[in-house]
Design a protein around this ligand. Sequence first.
Ligand SMILES: [Zn+2]
Ligand SMILES: [Zn+2]
Length: 245
Amino acid sequence: MHIRPNLLQQSIQTAISFIYPSQCKVCKEHLSLDAKPYICMSCWKDIEYINPPWCEICGGPNDANLCDSCASLPPRYGKLRTIAVYEKTIQQAIHLFKFEKRTSLRHSLVQLLLDNIPNDLNLQDYDYVLPIPIHKKRLRERGFNQSLLLAEGLAKATDIKVLKDALVRRKNTSPQSSLHKEARQTNILGAFELKNSDYIQSKQILVLDDVYTTGATVREVVKILWDADPVEIDVLTLARTLHPY
Ligand SMILES: [Zn+2]
Ligand SMILES: [Zn+2]
């Protein structure tokens, strides 16, 4: 069959624009071929990383060793570290990945994690990375657990193993993002259940989540994990909001 060149060109163009939408989802500028999926390099380079000085425990930007909150009521994890501030590019990237199911962003997000692991968090120290589980109903709706995909990416590039069945989410809670700070802690109470504590006992665990907001989910997970008697629990999140509401 003979296809007219301009028609062929048009079809290729359509196919390319289907795979690579032409506009950056953040700045709306034209996407060049070296761009990340959906996001231009200029926006990607604009990601605001969280650097020291930070609170030694919760990792929030802070001039003193400990922030007021950790000094008065220390969390039960050893330390929490976060890669970037949850705004603009990273907020849009996580939104596209998680809610619009643009899983092609996964590799860029995993690379972002790997390239920016803080110096005081040594991945070799951990026996397992434990992605925060989502409820099976949400898993059915979304098709994937975003934290598990990140954990698997991390595991692939390092020696750390993913622990995905030891903790389950038994309560299908309202999305934390829809709630105010006080309601989040109540909402998440009793949401998780230990299924297999043998994997956690005497182990170093790194809990992984995509976004840290008020910390209610992380606190609840860490509380439950301590029942299994691990050596230590630290937390790594891709992004965090600096002004929890
Ligand atoms: Zn852009
Ligand atoms: Zn702190």
